[in-house]
Design a protein around this ligand. Structure first.
Ligand SMILES: [Zn+2]
Length: 288
């Protein structure tokens, strides 16, 4: 795609963007107006169609997870930390919507801690898995304004989801309507402005293409959250735990993007890790 020739920026409606990197068959562009980075997969890939069963368990290289279910105990530990933070802010007001809830691991842990839980998930496979396996209330499809009553939730979470969305501004604006006054929005996403991302360049482990279409920095995520109708409460870089095998798998697929098969790294030993390149953003709705 030549410079200056794109559809309007999905965040600011700016008309021009500059290519900054070429990774496999995709071009990463930066909006000339608001500086948000995005991949041209936005215009030419059926994003919703990516999340089949094989995305979660299909041994695909450089897209999806070799085995998402193997991550379960790590996801649970990370979920408890995140829920404690939300509980500290909200007390006993525990009505949660998890957008892009996947197979429902976060919601399952939340339900055990007394949260009233709902989820939205674009992948039919993952939504059905969460309903059947954990009995969760998961709506299949994208988040739309009429899916829930306004002010229905005290917390709305998007864990590693906002970078997958074709229109993150509209999705977050809907979240602002669905949150109660003083409710909390929580987002995690990679930081393309981090030292790790800048040192790794095109080998950065969060250039998962084509499923990641937006790449935010502290500045552009703050801008997005504000445009959607929130006040930003904090941006932090907490550590998470991962199975060692998963870290090796991520390292391997980042370094060898064109290799067609990934070795089977089975080690389930949990490792606490922080590259300070994943942001957790908390916000609260501005106008009610
Ligand atoms: Zn823009």
């Amino acid at each position: 795609m030549p410079p200056g020739d794109t559809s309007p920026c999905a965040i600011c409606q700016g008309r021009t963007a500059t290519p900054i990197s070429r990774i496999n068959d995709y071009t990463i562009l930066r909006c000339d107006n608001c500086s948000v980075c995005f991949s041209d997969a936005l215009y030419r890939v059926d994003l919703a169609g990516l999340y089949t069963k094989s995305y979660f368990s299909g041994q695909q290289v450089s897209t999806g997870y070799a085995d998402y279910h193997r991550l379960s105990s790590a996801l649970e530990r990370n979920a408890v930390r995140r829920l404690r933070r939300l509980e500290g802010l909200l007390g006993q007001d525990r009505a949660l919507l998890d957008v892009g809830c996947g197979t429902g691991e976060f919601l399952r842990v939340a339900a055990e801690r007394g949260w009233q839980c709902a989820g939205v998930e674009i992948s039919p496979y993952a939504a059905e898995y969460g309903r059947a396996r954990y009995g969760l209330d998961i709506s299949e499809g994208a988040l739309t304004a009429n899916l829930f009553p306004t002010h229905a939730f005290s917390a709305i979470t998007l864990w590693d989801v906002v970078e997958h969305l074709p229109d993150p501004l509209t999705t977050l604006a809907i979240c602002a309507q669905l949150l109660k006054p003083k409710g909390v929005l929580a987002i995690s996403t990679g930081d393309i402005g981090s030292l790790c991302a800048r040192v790794c360049g095109r080998y950065w482990h969060l250039f998962n293409l084509p499923e990641h279409v937006f790449f935010f920095s502290r500045r552009t995520i703050r801008d997005l959250v504000k445009r959607a109708g929130f006040e930003v409460l904090s941006i932090a870089y907490p550590s998470s735990v991962y199975p060692l095998g998963y870290l090796l798998e991520r390292l391997y697929t980042s370094a060898f993007r064109r290799v067609r098969s990934t070795p089977d790294f089975r080690c389930a030993w949990l490792v606490r890790c922080n590259l300070f390149d994943i942001m957790e953003v908390l916000g609260t709705p501005l106008h009610h």
